[in-house]
Design a protein around this ligand. Structure first.
Ligand SMILES: [Zn+2]
Length: 107
């Protein structure tokens, strides 16, 4: 058997094993948050604006997923830095002028 054929067979076998592991993971971890969900809900998580079960699912995910933990930690740091900037008040017409400009740029 040529080496290239063996190589592709191995790749397909590995992909198959990964798929099966993924399906088993989903089967045994129903209700757990996945990476996309954690990143989507990270602001609500940091603001403690989630239902207790969802918050627990995210905490469980963060305890096992370094990239998501790094993402949430970075977001928390960024929010902390931004909150230290002085608040700026805008003129009363600011909102209307921004919305008008958005309408103009959509045209
Ligand atoms: Zn993750």
């Amino acid at each position: 058997m040529p080496a290239v054929t063996v190589g592709w067979t191995c790749v397909y076998n590995i992909l198959g094993v990964i798929t099966v592991i993924g399906l088993l993971h989903k089967l045994f971890h129903r209700g757990d948050a996945d990476c996309n969900e954690v990143r989507k809900l990270s602001s609500d998580y940091l603001e403690e604006d989630l239902a207790p079960t969802k918050r627990s699912a995210i905490q469980a995910h963060l305890s096992n997923c370094g990239p998501c933990r790094a993402f949430v930690d970075t977001l928390a740091s960024t929010i902390g830095i931004l909150s230290r900037f002085p608040k700026v008040s805008t003129p009363s017409t600011f909102h209307d002028s921004v919305m008008e400009r958005i309408k103009q740029e959509k045209k």
